[in-house]
Design a binder for this molecule. Sequence first.
Ligand SMILES: [Zn+2]
Length: 564
Amino acid sequence: MAVQRLIERFNLRSRLRFDIDAGQIWLDESRMLLFHAKAIGALRRELFDSLGAKRAQGLLFRMGFAAGQQDADLASKLLGEGDNFDVFQIGPELHAFEGLVKTVLMDAHIDWEQGCFFGEAKCENSWEAESHLQQFGIGEDTACWTLAGYASGYVTRFFRRFIVFRETQCTCRGDPHCVLVGKPVEAWGDDAYLEYCRPQDLEPSLRELQRELWQLRGGQREQHAPGRLVGASPGFRTAFDLLGKAARTPITVLLLGETGVGKEVFARWLHENSERAEQPFVAVNCAAIPNDLIESELFGVQKGAFTGAQQSRPGRFERADGGTLFLDELGDLSSSAQVKLLRVLQTGEVERLGDDKARKVDVRLVAATNVDLQRAMAEGRFRADLYYRLATYPVTIPPLRERKSDIPLLVAALLEKYAPIYHKKLPGLTDRAMQALMAHRWPGNVRELENLIERAVLLVPSGTRIEVEHLFAGCLPAPPCGAAIDRQGLVGNADEARRELLYDSLLDDGFDLQAHEARLLELAVRRAKGNLTHAARLLGITRRQLAYRLKQASGENRPSPERT
Ligand SMILES: [Zn+2]
């Protein structure tokens, strides 16, 4: 009986794309690598030689586990598009597709309700057994650790339950073929084997070595991301080092940078790491307060100062007494407010509006702007004396597009922040989603990234990876281009592959060519607003041909549209 491969039935071939221009291969959302089996075999050999068999086996198992999980993500997306068992079987077939092994499931007991699996698989042409034999010859041990890891990772992720596979027969031991047996972790009751599944604690000596290495590299790991500031890129570190040096001094700091780079987060960090940390942190966005109100906001009002001032109240300066006042968008301050601000900075005293009493304030000022203050000064919009007072210690925060290497760190921090808010457990992003983030220009900087991640967390189902579609919902960047591989194994155009995917999906649900033709004609006529000449052009046929087909499609008893 000729069996249609699942790879074909679920159109997985069209999800494999070769983008030679970009030097990338993609399987759906995952970046793939086409390696020489010999090269991986050599690496595998070195792992055994340098780490010993047990540790090498564990590493290989966990590497396979990670691959199996990725493929399970892909298969899980197809649940509902076919029989559950067929979708499950995509795993072994993908493994074959990727060229690692041919697996036949011999025996499987699956409880779909409970998500439980007991099963046994026969493996042939295992790349790993082949490589192991070449490198080590026949021996006592089974060798297919990445395969056992893959099966475990795949089934575990698919059923969301820890299922562990173990190789019970292997050609490397002289068995006729390799056999993997899988069952839930608790059914094994073999702690020694299960050790392979867990990342082993590094030996103390190795850990010590690692710490020394980090310190040699400038102690990067240990210093990164104190508090809510996240970053390790050179641009971030330059800004952060400057900030760190100013933290415990009284100096006025001027934060410069585009909108959305996180100036307030920097200001807060400065406050929290200063000697004033226990005192208030007061933030004012000067651009958000109307000009005629900004002075009373900042400096306070005495009762009766103007109509409507029925009560005396302190301004933000007084409220920040002892602590830090953060003035954001300072470039938008009116000129009379600039004069008053300068006086406060010079004297350390504020006068409320309508009051002649000076009040001492002890405030550390942090100012921020995305305006070019020097230009504003040259154009007479900003006082030079105030500028020189504020600009003693400028810190420029780089835009996100200049610190893209921080994106993975920022994304991890944002997921940690938003996943609990939306009650989700999220394993992270797909490779393609991360690549889309790295390729984006980020005009809105970190704030834009934060918005994108929050929306993606909202959209993605719990337990699955965030994909490009979740991030750029409704505003997709250009689809990945490149070549896809077709049924004959030929590399073709990805657009064509997508088109083929469309036709293919049409065939899946009881196709009716005539009905589809009628529908297409109708759509074209509607889009052309009834103009048959335009509609014919949309369909790539003549007006006469269209009129004829419309007549056919509408049958005998319905008149054809007579509009042109
Ligand atoms: Zn084997």
